[in-house]
Ligand binder design. Structure first.
Ligand code: 9MR
Length: 462
């Protein structure tokens, strides 16, 4: 039924011997699995995986043949990993990570902070208690998987649907608008090598919701909040069709200086219509150099969260559908652009002076003067905790190292820092951010408990 072969394979069957030889030679060059073909383009092809299905030989057979990236479908969510406050449970997620390690697959982590699938103890929390619980959760989970995750969905689905273009109301949102950037800073501190993504649905074309996400990413990049990638879930159906500006939307985010990834692709339908939509998504990703990979949200139609829509690439028996063939063909047809070189180090925050000034407050005037640099601080304060972002701006000449004098008030405790080394009240550059060009800046961060108050940083550079 769905075992239709490509035109090339059909041609092989009826061809003369010499043509068979030629045909074999060319088909040996085209990759025959999704993962291998994506890898030829410097990208990955992944799937969501449920730990309890790994013992199903058909399921794991397809997984290990076709896919080189895995997202746990539910096993890394808050309810699964911290069912009781402070007691972490990693069994099912660890099982998936072990499978990935054994089969050369990489991992996308999903998801550290989300309004949904919270354990009941967190659902019942608010304010400082919830904020601190979120930070503790992210710190523990990202630390447990430190070095094992290619990219984390740090925050999932934080924006509202519809034309309003604002944040979704949730218990996390009510802890303060800065909850998203605190989540990203916390994740960066725990696993500096993981790419940190914001992930959402109905953001696949330009609309009020994706515009709001775009503005957030732009703001984060301007202020040095660590964000590396944006995930576009791409759950496509008749109520949420594939937008005509899908590629353009990916591109405009990429132009902000983040990777883009298609994170939960499924397309309701069947036959050639579905197959053609899958090919369109693949082509769009290949055409955007910072689109680093595609993940489908399950393997067989029967594995889908909405199996009635038959939205995946394999039928219930594990046979390849027409959509599989169109996807592989589109991958093999290839893009002309490749993604940027893979880097395991965190993105640097050194960048030209932004036109956007920090929107957090208070922002203290520069301190120090002299010796080539000034330091300013922006404080995000919530009840019981804070993040201080310190900006080091070079003067009229470039500097190769810097040290900021900054004393935090008594009663505060530093819980994490990023992009800096500390010795008492002196905060110095790390290897990758000592050099700052004239008039430009780099930023580092300090997270802690207590009240940061008004800070008076000094700066010396050389
Ligand atoms: O596929 C997941 C399903 O098994 C869960 O029951 C559901 C619970 O919320 O979450 C599904 O995955 C969702 C993903 O985590 C976030 N984006 C939407 C996905 C489909 O609902």
């Amino acid at each position: 039924m769905n075992r239709a072969r490509t035109g090339g394979a059909i041609a092989l069957a009826g061809a003369a011997a010499i043509a068979v030889v030629v045909g074999l030679a060319s088909s040996a060059q085209a990759a025959t699995t999704l993962g291998a073909s994506a890898a030829d383009k410097g990208r990955y092809f992944g799937t969501a995986v449920a730990a309890y299905k790994l013992s199903d030989a058909t399921y794991s057979g397809i997984l290990d043949r076709e896919f080189n990236m895995i997202t746990p479908e539910n096993e890394m969510k808050w309810d699964a990993t911290e069912p009781t406050q402070g007691q972490f449970s990693y069994g099912s997620a660890d099982q998936i990570v072990a499978h990935a390690n054994a089969h050369g697959q990489r991992m996308r982590g999903h998801a550290l902070a989300w309004h949904s699938q919270q354990p009941s103890w967190a659902q019942n929390m608010s304010g400082t208690a919830l904020r601190n619980a979120m930070v503790n959760h992210i710190t523990n989970v990202a630390t447990h998987y430190q070095g094992k995750i290619y990219a984390w969905d740090v925050v999932n689905e934080a924006f509202a649907d519809g034309s309003g273009g604002g944040r979704r109301d949730s218990n996390l949102q009510r802890t303060g608008n800065d909850w998203i950037e605190v989540a990203f800073r916390t994740a960066r501190a725990a696993d500096p090598g993981a790419k940190l993504c914001y992930n959402d649905y109905n953001t696949d074309g330009q609309n009020a919701k994706s515009n709001a996400v775009y503005a957030m990413v732009q703001d984060f990049k301007a202020r040095g909040v660590p964000i590396d990638c944006v995930g576009f879930q791409s759950h496509i159906n008749s109520g949420s069709p594939l937008p005509s500006d899908y590629q353009a939307n990916l591109q405009r985010f990429a132009n902000l200086g983040v990777d883009v990834q298609i994170t939960e692709l499924d397309i309701a339908g069947s036959g050639t219509a579905q197959a053609s939509s899958y090919a369109s998504v693949v082509k769009a990703c290949l055409a955007v150099s910072r689109c680093t990979g595609i993940t489908v949200w399950g393997i067989r139609d029967s594995d889908s969260w909405r199996s009635g829509d038959t939205p995946l690439l394999f039928d219930n028996n594990g046979n390849k559908k027409a959509s599989y063939t169109s996807t592989l063909d589109a991958l093999n047809a290839g893009g002309t652009s490749s993604p940027p070189p893979v880097s395991t180090s965190p993105s640097r925050s050194t960048s030209p002076s932004p036109s956007v000034s920090p929107s957090v407050s208070p922002s203290n005037p520069g301190g120090g003067g002299g010796n080539g640099c000034t330091a300013t601080t922006s404080v995000n304060q919530w009840q019981g905790g804070f993040v201080v972002t310190v900006r080091v701006t070079a003067g009229a000449a470039a500097i190769n190292s810097w040290a900021v004098g900054l004393t935090l008030p008594s009663g505060t405790t530093v819980t994490s820092t990023w992009n800096v080394t500390r010795s008492g009240n002196t905060w110095s550059n790390v290897s990758y951010n000592g050099h700052v060009n004239a008039g430009q800046y780099t930023e580092f961060g300090i997270q802690g408990t207590g009240t940061a108050g008004t800070l008076s940083p000094t700066c010396s550079g050389s």
